[in-house]
Design a protein around this ligand. Structure first.
Ligand code: KIV
Ligand code: ZN
Length: 386
């Protein structure tokens, strides 16, 4: 792994699956895990083994079939959670235990009703105990986004001393601004003693629509892992979308940060997760939404037909979409109509096109979208065909 390689930690099957109504069974999870492995993710967070017998079974089944990626199980800083996670992960080629505790004032006072010193001790003990089962232990400081940086650095130091290999800095409530989250990562990089023994990881939620921007700021400032989900699925407004961060890094090569993801599988992966969970993806979703490569206004269509790059920054094939769509609506122009007519077998002269276009507009005003059958009808009922 080069110093500029960003590890992609996929938590679709853990944080993503926490969404109400999208529960998956073990077989569905195994299929998704196999595809995530083929996609090239570095870590698959397979579940929270102590949470239910079903989750335990899924983590165990995934541990048995994943060939390349690290398989990870979540725990609280509780001995039994850690023991159960280690048991569920025992067949994994590369097992990782992901343990942690809340570190913000709000979590310490309201959730744990304890002190900062007690949390430090629990963090240290949890990592130490996890290390007695596996070499690779990731520590999360829950609500790190709202945790005071100086205290957060002390927690990170304790986790490193206990043997943590990865320090997860979650913006659990999706609160941070990109500049704030980036500065937090930079602060930790510069102030945590022993930081060279671990990598920092971004885990951002999307409550303010900033999860992708925050994760990117995190890696620009020195983090080397991004935790994300397919389609950005997850608690409340969701997690960082895998397809978004991967494509941001790919489309901005001057950042010199890359991933191991086979981007041509992104669209298929999105469809698989959406179909399995029964959660449809919004049409305007970046990268994988139905309209991400669709053009419907006349000016844009004319540009794209002349040269795709006028209105597209990504080649759709790079993410597994066969081609850009020229959608015919009442806002479309002659260039789009001629292009679509040609695709269904009509080479129209300029004069014919003028005539067909007039017929098209009166048709299109009555319909949201004109399909191939409509095109046949429009052309064959135009004066040119009488
Ligand atoms: O958002 C969060 O803080 C989490 C942790 C449990 C890693 O999902
Ligand atoms: Zn989370």
């Amino acid at each position: 792994m080069s110093n500029n390689n960003i590890q992609i930690f996929d938590t679709t099957l853990r944080d993503g699956e926490q969404v109400p109504g999208c529960k998956l069974n073990t077989d569905q999870k195994v299929v998704i895990a196999e595809q995530l492995d083929a996609l090239g993710v570095d870590v698959i967070e397979a579940g929270f083994p102590v949470s239910s017998p079903g989750d335990f079974k899924s983590v165990e089944a995934i541990s048995k079939i994943v060939k390349n990626a690290t398989v990870c199980g979540l725990t609280r800083s509780v001995e039994n959670d850690i023991k159960v996670a280690a048991e569920a992960l025992k067949y994994a080629v590369k097992p990782r235990i992901h343990t942690g505790i809340g570190t913000s004032e709000s979590h310490i006072v309201h959730k744990f009703k304890t002190t900062q010193e007690d949390i430090l001790e629990r963090a240290y003990a949890a990592v130490k105990y996890a290390k007695s089962f596996v070499e690779d232990v990731e520590f999360y400081a829950e609500d790190a986004g709202r945790t005071d940086n100086e205290y957060l650095a002390r927690v990170c130091e304790a986790a490193i001393k206990a043997g943590a290999t990865v320090l997860n800095i979650p913006d659990t409530t999706g609160y941070c601004l990109p500049s704030e989250y980036g500065a937090k990562i930079k602060y930790l990089k510069e102030n945590v003693k022993g930081i060279e023994k671990a990598i920092l990881s971004c885990h951002c939620h999307n409550d303010l629509g900033l999860a992708t921007a925050n994760s990117i700021e995190g890696v620009i400032n020195g983090a080397r892992q991004i935790e994300c989900t397919i389609n950005g699925i997850g608690e409340r407004a969701g997690n960082t979308a895998l397809e978004e961060v991967v494509m941001v890094l790919k489309q901005h090569p001057y950042l010199k940060l890359d991933t191991n993801i086979n981007t041509s599988m992104l669209y298929g992966m999105s469809q698989l997760v959406s179909d399995s969970m029964g959660i449809y993806t919004q049409p305007n979703k970046a990268i994988v939404g139905a309209n991400a490569f669709a053009h419907s206004s006349g000016i844009h269509q004319d540009g794209v037909i002349k040269n795709r790059e006028t209105y597209e920054i990504i080649d759709p094939k790079d993410v597994g979409v066969t081609e850009s769509a020229i959608v015919l609506t009442a806002r479309s122009g002659r260039a789009a109509l001629a292009y679509r007519a040609k695709n269904v077998g009509y080479e129209l002269t300029k004069l014919q096109l003028d005539d067909v276009y007039a017929n098209f507009l009166s048709f299109a005003d009555k319909k949201k979208e004109i399909n191939d059958n409509d095109i046949h009808q429009i052309i064959e009922t135009s004066n040119v065909y009488q």
